[in-house]
Design a protein around this ligand. Sequence first.
Ligand SMILES: *Cc1c(COP(=O)(O)O)cnc(C)c1O
Length: 401
Amino acid sequence: MSMREYIDEAERDLLHTYNRYQIVLDRGEGVCLYDLDGKRYLDFCAGIAVFALGYHNEEYNEALKGQIDKLIHTSNYYYNVPAVEAARKVKKVSGMDRVFFTNSGTEAIEGAIKAARKYAYLKDGTTDHEIIAMNHSFHGRTMGALAVTGNAHYREAFEPLIGNIRFADLNDFDSVLSQVTDKTCAILLETVQGEGGIFPASEDFLKKLRALCDERDILLILDEIQCGMGRTGEMFAWQRYGVRPDIMTTAKALGCGVPVGAFLMTERVAAHSLVAGDHGTTYGGNPLACAAVEKVLDLFEKYHIIENVREVAPYLEQKLEELAARYGFIETRRGVGLLQGLVFTCPVAPVINKAVENGLLLINAGTNIIRFVPPLIITKRDVDEMISILTRCLGDVAAGE
Ligand SMILES: *Cc1c(COP(=O)(O)O)cnc(C)c1O
């Protein structure tokens, strides 16, 4: 079947919840993807910040194949070796004490919310506790995660969601303070907002939140699903500021394509929160998913992924700054590490469409922002190629084509 035929069939069969780019991707190699016709695309999207190690990594693939032949799934009622190994490694790189593996990011958020509510419930036996989340945040699409997502458009049609959520502004400590009540049990934020527009939390804001949480016995929950796993030049973005959360979520690059996430907590929270029977999952932390996590963390070390981010990210920043200076319709660049955004004064969809036509995959973050979340193995040469294609597209857009 031709690409067109596959696309037409997909549009008949799949629920239309995405406006998809009109290509069928077939295989990947390093930082490139190829469509069914064999056309090459430089990938600065990485499956939305997922494929950190790039495509077709032999060692990663072999590890998964080996685990497939051994054991793919068994219930969480039994122990399995990859889960033990993965948990040890995730604990080591995060500095957190306890791990619960999930199948996705949104499930990690659900677990974090449940852990926080249980912690508060055990303190006073009531169930009217409140969570403070941030405007412009994104935490996922299930009902709990949606309830703490600070974008009314995503929530509207699905109300009522879980209750007792209050919203404050990122990097505005007073706006958080004004939402704190005797019932506040948790403050939840992305260390760097991704989907909502690439807004990093400031060091000052995080430190004030930490102090507030310590003072009032409120749990600080950091969502590192997009900004974590090396993307900012630290394994987890909060490590740059030394502001350790009480609960943390991760997913996306954690399994580099195998669906897996996790919520982690300190021993102090774990000792006063979820117990046997409170939470579970059929697939979460199964041997195949955990074999992926284990291998990903090994390969991060082996290939010095974080060092690569630290080396390439300033170069990407500089090149994006140059674009921002050159084109009047680009307002600014912002971001951390290999999580970058170019903010336009106009919708970016035409630019992204042009880029796809020209063999470059990009995604947006909101209407006016192009988001750059490439595989973490990119080189300066890849940045040069991306900038060269993007410049061509910007020229076309500027010329009103
Ligand atoms: C993607 C994302 C989620 C949701 O993860 P899914 O795996 O799509 O459910 C949650 N939080 C943040 C910050 C994300 O970027």
